[in-house]
Design a protein. Sequence first.
Length: 518
Amino acid sequence: MGEVKRRRKLALKTSAEAVSEALGWLETPTGKLQVRWNDAGAVTPFGQLPFFIEFLNLTGLFRDWVDSCPLVYQSPNAPSGRDLLGTWLLSILAGHKRYAHVTSIRSDGVNPGLLGMAKVVSEDALRRGLEKIEEAAGIAWLREHLARSVLPLLKAPWILDVDTTVKVLYGKQEGAVVGFNPKKPGRPSHTYHSYLVAGLRLVLETEVLAGNESHANHTLPGLLGLLDRLSPEQRPYLVRGDCGFGTDGVISALEDRGQPYLFKLRLTKRVKQYIERRFFGEPWSDAGAGWQGVEGELQLSGWDRRRRVILMRRLLQGEVLLASEDSGQQVLAFIEEDIPVQRYEYAVLVTSLPHEVLTIAQLYRDRADAENSFDELKNQWGWGGFTTQDLHRCQLTARAVALAYNWWSLFVRLAHPKARLEAITSRPLLLSGIGERTHHARQQQLTITPIHGKQALAKSLLLRVSTLLKEWQSGAEQLKLKTVWESACDYLIQILTRFNWLTPGLPTPDNPLTEPTH
């Protein structure tokens, strides 16, 4: 059998060489074009990635991630942990969504060597290696590094956004169960329970559960575990979520821990009755963005106490069409503009915060930014892919993607402090470029040929980060003060909060950490 495979490979190689010689000249509209193949060149399509590698090296993020990996091989022929994790990281950074895409980076002759890798492993080796990581140890390992990439930045009051998103599946994977799936009802899926730092769009933790485990009851254990792992100084100023989390179980658990919260209530029968009682009552105050609000107290069935609620309404503009059925017959009712009817959209928020109505309403509206993080992670990173038959490797990859996403987001924010750039913009700008590595006089040289239209901007941004990192490294070595990672975090805090942490006077809880609007 082995001889047959060798003969087949030899035949393919001979055929490829024949094709290569046949394509020595190409006929183009401007004349003949000579073609030459260079299979041994040390080149890469991600010529600007070494700047990010420098960031990972000087901050120690990649080295510590590799050194603490619980993967243990018994075979002497197995790839090293650095090779496997480096391949994993490079694939995620390249925007891959399938393990099969790893093949496209195996010809990279520059970046794997700069990461200290001996080679880029195959897709099969990567899948098998992740399978060998014990589940509990793997979760603890990635959870630790996710926290390390975020917690040093949380020196000011911050908001924790809790939400879930659906990953549609098309095979017979573990946990592929039909559940809540608004876009493709009836399609099996996984549910990602995520905990995000509001404004910064950083992932503090994520869990992958079966498709029918999207209820807040399945999120609550992970939420409470996350809060319990944080010290009192690290805990969020506010836990925020949509109507799925406005349940007595979640609220009571947070109240027992003294954790402030802000959730939306489902419009149940009792909630609608409350709206009817308060609708024509005391004057409504301005809640911003065209909304009006009034505060009060409400105790629903199953609640053991009355809680503060904010009733909000907004006047709708334009014509309204009502659709209904009468004895199986579809009926349409038109409400014309000349009829003196006011039409309202309404919502009810439950909170433990003491702030005025306008502040509460704006805090909840800001929660919509969490959807942008989900969109970026699923469509621009790997949350929508890297699917395996077992749920264990899906868990590992979801956290690994979140970790690479956090690292890249912080690097880009150092380069472009004025505003946050999503991957669809930042990767072509700061990664793409033809890089060629050469050796001369015992020194490595990298020649980068930019391929982006804003190459001058890309150069200035990348050189900015490199300069900052070298300054922090020099200060850390000479003065034995902060590490490069600590200096980078303090610098990012100054950018995001516009506050000089080297001077006394911390922000108050009334000024939570949010990203400036640009």
